[in-house]
Design a protein around this ligand. Sequence first.
Ligand code: ZN
Length: 284
Amino acid sequence: MISVQTTYRVLTGSNYGFNVFLYCLLAYPFSNPVLSKALDVARSGNYVIRNCNAGESGSMAEQLQTLLPQIYDNLQGVIADAALGTNSQHGFSALFKKNDSIDFVQGIFKSMAAGKPVPIHTEGRTTNPLLNLGWPTIVCVDPEEQPDIARGCAMEPVPAGNDGQYVMLCPLFWEIEEEAASWECPRVRRNTLTPNDDTLAVNQQAALVHELAHMYGVTPPNKDDESYIIGDAVDLDEENSLQNAANFAYFYAGKKAQTVKKPILGLHEAFSGAVSSASKICYS
Ligand SMILES: [Zn+2]
């Protein structure tokens, strides 16, 4: 179980907001999902989309085939921005601290953009992981077909989870907004980022980036130690920030949400010595 509990806002079709709690389904490790619908397969680049009603008009598969290319596009800007390191104006300093991290951060985002093959579960056999690669696969959770995973989705409302080559999309994924908005960038109030929650990352694009970060190896040694809310993510030191998927989701979302007028400086106590460069998350 993940101990960090965060609130976020879900916008339904009627724009009615209510608070729920967000955990990452990573807290509930699952074995390979049973995928009996052999024909329910779609693709987007290297990504395989399964169990999302492929072929049906307006299906989840079709929505992902729109969403994923938008993410690939946005990632190009994110990768370019990460190259600026601490000169980035979208939170690199706040989220990753040092230019030493540039290569690693870019590598994770490049893997996502390319849909790089992922080591797959080998069912306990000791085999060369390089010979056991699979395509990154996104699965829409069907409570009838994956009851265990669906229970994980419902235990605490979570939009998505990851294990191995699979990103599982819970029913809640389809209730959250598609992308971050500029007004969701945290502002500074009384020496902390406000709101100090995970609003900026609660959208379909950032949720996918979060789970793909896990898929490409961004996970703390102890899964219970994942930090979700933005203040906690910014508080992590360099080493831990590179093991926390939310930092990648915030960097992506901060870049996405930019509208570039004047900088918002996220004054955070941990970095009060280098406030202006340390804590910018995005512009608004
Ligand atoms: Zn996570």
